[in-house]
Design a protein around this ligand. Structure first.
Ligand code: ASP
Length: 266
């Protein structure tokens, strides 16, 4: 009797219990991102060219976007907020600067959507870290709050800021950023190397990154282009192709009709 009970328990442990534990449904990827190369098309008003895409991304219901102006150096957050607010109002939404909140972490936790503006990426990351916002923003975006970034704001959506064009004017105490996507971004991507210029081209610099970081894709995002990520899928929007770099692989140009989802897989 004792023996059979023992076998019953042993059998149950070996086969019954694992079967009884139901497989968790695959986590639904709620991350929604609009990663824009640059805010302003030359000769046009600030945030004018991407405004229809921002509108479509945010949807019909009016949203007050929590705006993070920390990349701004030398001019005030109030000014930056006013410019962003005016543009978002044009498209039926609103924006409020995070600098208005006594508790920025709480502001992020309660944000309907988050926008991160351009400027200096090093300063942006410095301030995000100083205000302890890296984890809260990542968590809020992964739980479904739409994220809009342009320039520096797109750089910080990547795992690190190692592919920014900006000068390291301040030490951000680490290069790791939001890592909302697994690839690196180089915004304002340019192929041109001016006549008589003997310094490194943008491509040279990105290839140096790949020597040291061989397992990462880098996306050169040209002016007026953006990446929209939703439901675990990504598409390129804009007038130019994007340039994809990876160590020991052919550099590729991909257009708006091409499948770019492989960039979302590690
Ligand atoms: N300075 C750029 C910006 O506008 C970022 C970059 O070029 O990496 O935010």
């Amino acid at each position: 009797m004792k023996k059979s009970l023992f076998f019953l328990i042993a059998f149950g442990l070996a086969f019954g219990c694992p079967l009884a534990i139901k497989a968790e449904p695959a986590a639904v990827d709620k991350t929604k991102l609009l990663l824009i190369s640059n805010s302003t098309k030359a000769g046009e008003a600030f945030l004018d060219y991407p405004k229809e895409q921002i509108k479509a991304f945010l949807g019909d219901k009016p949203v007050t976007v929590l705006f993070i102006p920390y990349a701004r150096v030398g001019t005030s957050y109030d000014e930056f907020e006013a410019a962003v607010k005016a543009k978002f109002k044009e498209i039926g939404h609103d924006a409020i600067g995070i600098h208005r909140f006594a508790d920025p972490v709480k502001a992020v936790e309660e944000a309907q959507a988050i926008a991160v503006g351009g400027g200096n990426t090093w300063m942006l990351l410095h301030e995000l870290r100083r205000n302890r916002l890296l984890d809260p923003v990542r968590a809020r975006v992964r739980s479904g709050a739409p994220y809009i970034g342009w320039s520096a704001g797109s750089n910080v959506a990547a795992p690190t800021i190692k592919t920014t064009n900006d000068m390291p004017i301040i030490d951000p105490q680490g290069l790791h950023a939001f890592e909302l996507v697994p690839f690196q971004i180089n915004p304002h991507y340019l192929d041109a190397k001016p006549e008589g210029f003997a310094g490194e081209s943008r491509e040279d610099r990105l290839k140096e990154f790949l020597v040291v970081n061989p397992d990462v894709y880098v996306v050169g995002l040209r002016e007026q282009c953006m990446l929209r990520i939703e439901n675990g899928s990504m598409r390129l929007i804009g007038p130019s192709t994007l340039r994809v770099f990876r160590k020991d692989r052919e550099t590729r140009e991909l257009g708006t009709g091409d499948d770019v989802d492989f960039l979302l897989r590690k």
